[in-house]
Design a protein around this ligand. Structure first.
Ligand code: MSP
Length: 508
């Protein structure tokens, strides 16, 4: 595998999303990371790899406690109500995660406590009295410079005893690791950002909160007056689920993770806190951490606190699950920010899905119905015109998989759409509706070639649009993910179908 520093372990691909706070409903930003993980998982499955895809929710900490208080609910009750909003949405979005972790589950809490005990026993955790600026919104102590920047809300001075993790001890080791593993942090600008951050001395990390101030968390195993800092708790999900400390065999099978997908807002916690925690625990580091950009609404990040979020359910209701998945994957260049607007959604839908992809199916199935009683015609003797289409389709596998491995999903989709567009043009030029009147086998050859190109395109788009591509393959009577030319069988009866993506008419 090109994007990583060593070959993937035994053909295993382990991918994670951040676990989302249950302080609000999921929005397009959360849906994006989860769909991305699903799309990557599905591409790797099509390639014949064993996949483990983990997502979940982050249920402890101040944000969640406050959200529960606001609703006048006990935090556990609040979490029990919120968690289904996430996994129900993932179900609606056809997400095929292999597990869903809730950090209030016993299987997780036990492991967090075991990890804390290990860190404490090996001398990497100590108690100290600390006075400093604390940002309630960020749930962490901030430096004087950070306070001066004015970027932090709800800042107050706090003096209290806490437990600290000797993060500073691992600073040089982390720098060495990042420098010797170029693909560990991606994309490159994020890697540079972290290396820049690590040029300053790294402090130790406060990993506890006194229960007197925050009770909603996992109790420290060595001091019952404290709960665990929510990030130490949350990050542990990546190893608690595959079996660290509980099922060594399974853990060996899946760890190290192939890629942690994160938004750029949580880079420091993943690229600095997490690896140093793993150093202390004696666990190998992730193979890669990939930070994507933000979905923006105009000039600002889409976020709950700004109140400018798009509800995925509304979009799904209007345009269907696959159109939403397609738009999010096609429109964002991984690593950069992208702008969400209803206009760009409709434009993309109409051009790629209605005009190019959906239309190809409509035209070809209509013509096969008309001239061949709905039966897939013989492929016939290929001419140069067909060969050009066959060549594009044949080259697609390597191209698409290579782009996926390089996290260039939007280009992998675009390559596939190129085949669709080329086929539409080929149809136009060959005009089988005219050919049918003078040379029926020639018309059959053109229709076979077009339909087979559509089948191949559907297979390559299936990780992005599982539902619609399944429909296409059903219509063609060619289920399965065979990527080689010739999967479509002559004589097969084509099924009738509705328009795949009806055009969205915009009122002027
Ligand atoms: N609970 C922590 C993560 C712990 S992981 C061990 C957290 N949760 S969150 O609910 O705030 O979700 C953060 C993630 O949601 C981001 O990193 C990103 O993946 C996604 N997004 C939230 N808003 C986003 C956008 N506007 N655009 C793209 N993704 C964003 O932080």
């Amino acid at each position: 595998m090109i994007e990583q520093d060593r070959p993937m372990k035994d053909n295993h691909y382990y991918v994670t999303t951040p676990i989302y706070y249950v302080n609000a409903r999921p929005h397009i930003g959360h849906a994006y990371t989860t769909i991305l993980a699903d799309v990557l998982a599905r591409y790797h499955k099509v390639e014949g790899q064993e996949v483990f895809f983990l997502t979940g929710v982050d249920e402890h900490g101040q944000k969640v406690q406050q959200a529960a208080e606001k609703r006048g609910l006990d935090p556990q009750k609040h979490c029990d109500e919120m968690a289904p909003r996430f996994f129900d949405l993932w179900k609606t979005l056809e997400i095929q995660n292999d597990d869903f972790i809730r950090t209030t589950e016993d299987r997780h809490k036990r492991i967090v406590q075991a990890a804390l005990q290990k860190v404490y026993d090996n001398g990497d955790a100590y108690a100290d009295e600390y006075e400093g600026w604390y940002s309630v919104a960020e749930e962490r102590f901030i430096t004087e410079t950070e306070k001066q920047s004015g970027d932090f809300r709800d800042v107050k001075k706090i003096k209290e005893k806490n437990y600290f993790f000797r993060m500073s001890k691992y600073q040089q080791r982390l720098i060495d690791h990042i420098e010797s593993h170029p693909k560990f942090l991606q994309p490159d600008n994020r890697r540079n950002e972290v290396l820049g951050f690590l040029r300053q001395p790294l402090g130790d990390l406060c990993i506890s909160r006194p229960k007197s101030r925050l009770s909603w968390g996992i109790e420290l195993p060595f001091d019952k007056d404290y709960v665990t800092y929510v990030w130490f708790d949350a990050l542990m999900n990546y190893i608690s689920v595959p079996g660290w400390g509980s099922d060594e065999k399974r853990f060996q099978e899946w760890w190290p993770v192939s890629v942690h997908l994160i938004g750029k807002d949580i880079l420091t916690t993943h690229a600095v806190y997490w690896p140093t925690m793993l150093f202390s625990l004696g666990v190998e580091l992730p193979q890669s951490i990939f930070a994507h950009g933000w979905w923006m609404s105009g000039e600002s990040k889409m976020s709950k606190s700004l109140g400018n979020v798009v509800d995925p359910l509304g979009l799904i209701e209007g345009y269907g699950v696959d159109a939403v998945r397609y738009y999010l994957m096609r429109e964002m260049v991984l690593g950069l920010d992208a702008n969400f607007s209803p206009e760009s959604f409709i434009k993309r839908y109409n051009s790629d899905l209605a005009n190019d992809f959906g239309n190809l199916l409509n035209r070809v199935s209509g013509l096969i119905g008309k001239y061949f009683n709905g039966q897939v015609p013989e492929s016939g003797q290929l001419t140069a015109a067909e060969q050009a289409v066959v060549d594009t389709a044949g080259a697609l596998k390597n191209k698409v998989m290579d782009l996926v491995l390089h996290m260039r999903i939007h280009e992998a989709i675009e390559e596939t759409l190129q085949l669709v567009r080329q086929t539409n043009k080929y149809l136009e030029v060959q005009a089988p509706w005219k050919l049918a009147k003078e040379d029926l086998p020639a018309a059959g050859r053109v229709l076979y070639t077009s339909m087979e190109a559509l089948r191949v395109a559907a297979v390559f788009l299936s990780p992005v649009m599982p539902e619609k591509t399944r429909q296409v393959l059903e219509v063609l009577g060619a289920q399965g993910t065979d990527m080689t030319w010739g999967g479509l069988k002559s004589g097969t009866q084509i099924k009738t179908h509705e328009a795949l993506f009806p055009r969205i008419e915009v009122e002027k």
